[in-house]
Design a protein around this ligand. Sequence first.
Ligand SMILES: Cc1cc2nc3c(=O)[nH]c(=O)nc-3n(C[C@H](O)[C@H](O)[C@H](O)COP(=O)(O)OP(=O)(O)OC[C@H]3O[C@@H](n4cnc5c(N)ncnc54)[C@H](O)[C@@H]3O)c2cc1C
Length: 491
Amino acid sequence: MSKKKIFIIGSGFSSLSSACYLAKEGHSVTIFEKNKSLGGRARQFKKNGFTFDMGPSWYWMPDVFEKFFSDFDRKRSDFYELKKLDPAYKVFFGHNDFITIGDSIEKIKKAFEIEEKGSSKKLNVFIDEAKSNYQLAVKKMLYEMPGNSPMELINSQTIRKISSFITNIRKDVRKKFKSHRLRLILEFPVLFLGAKSSNTPGFYNFMNFADFGLGTWQAKNGFFDLVNAMVDLGKSLGVKYKTDSNIDSIVVNSNEVNGIYLNGNFFSCDIVVSGADYAHTESLIPRVNRQYSSSYWKSRTWAPSSLLFYVGFDTKIPNVEHHNLFFDTDFDKHARSIYDKPQWPDEPLFYANFTSKTFKKTAPKGCENGFFLIPIATNIDDSTQIRERYFNLIVSRLEKHTGVKLSKNILFKESYCVSDFKNDYNSYGGNAYGLANTLFQTAFLRPNLKSSKVKNLYFSGQLTVPGPGVPPAIVSGKLVSDLIIKDEKNI
Ligand SMILES: Cc1cc2nc3c(=O)[nH]c(=O)nc-3n(C[C@H](O)[C@H](O)[C@H](O)COP(=O)(O)OP(=O)(O)OC[C@H]3O[C@@H](n4cnc5c(N)ncnc54)[C@H](O)[C@@H]3O)c2cc1C
């Protein structure tokens, strides 16, 4: 097999992953990232001694990360420190009303039993089923499904689980558990897949095993430790990284990739892999070569966008944990404002993390770094006034739950929303994490890893297979590399 010159667009996790696999195969690989720093949506923001992950914060499915490094005969622990969180997270339902999720199934069962008598036994059955789905989905199918054909989904094990593709998470959870609060907790993990629980196949309850069975972990400096680890690994394999490098266009001649334009200069290459948002990448090639129309993109179910705040507090904050979910408003009403009738939610639920609770150096002594997230619809107006209104709302709810007048302890705050996702990442509609994993946007029904119209043009990332989230993005990088390596062998 001849060695190829491969250009990768974007430096999100799928790109960092594919770069390593392709360089290991001996190809010459260069990553081009439009922003000043690497990591895509997982960049890091530092200010006045405070450190924040700009995007992902829940480190779930640690086995996927371990597998990635082991594919290069390395260990995750060669690169960064990881700690299992206890408690994993705290869910607030009202004033002095919360459930804490511990770091073991035994602790979680106790919390369930207090909330609903008999629920711990039901949880056992539910998690056993979720574990079996995890073993099938994550250990096997994820790595063997490049999304080429429906046949990938069909094997002796999946046939037995066909009913779990027909039902949905919400139905399954509500059949088994009566407590509204336990239901919300069990429906929460599928939010990572980008859709409502009523629109997510029951099979995806493997996310509940990821949550309760495998636990929530934290790297010392957050997800950026993983970015640095993957870049260090890539450099050791010969990958070159170029930041401040916005690709203007991909040059296609006779339906074949020839190279790229960067800052008005042409650079030739043999293969392009884009980990940038799919619709944006297709806008970089002539219309005639695009696989998907604008009406296709418009008709997709998008994962939410988000309103984010990065806040430096000059005090320690009591009564909150590392990860906190504020489910003290109507979840269904909020979900409708994201998916059914896109608008700002009246009473949003929100998520807050304080990594300084676990790794003290992420904030100055006696301080706390607060990251806040409200999931919202894509493509909505995000003016300064709107952001301010929601910030005040979050702070007053936080004050109620913590019992501290926190508005007096804010050293600084930065916000991030729809227009920032568009400007910084060329994100379609300002989506935060790609295309949702609904039944009709699963596996071969997601956008292709390989262009059907342009030779040597490939795609990876959260809009392709397997879907949104850091672990899937890393797997997506492997799947696209496997495809390229196979295609090159067949020439
Ligand atoms: C707020 C938020 C919270 C999240 N929380 C979690 C979580 O807790 N746990 C979890 O597992 N996942 C979470 N996710 C999802 C996860 O971060 C993403 O699914 C994953 O990081 C996406 O990786 P990707 O490879 O698709 O690329 P992306 O991260 O989308 O990177 C694409 C890159 O391409 C670059 N690019 C675009 N156009 C060009 C161009 N023309 N030229 C050069 N470069 C270009 C962009 O600048 C960007 O850096 C979260 C995401 C967000 C935004």
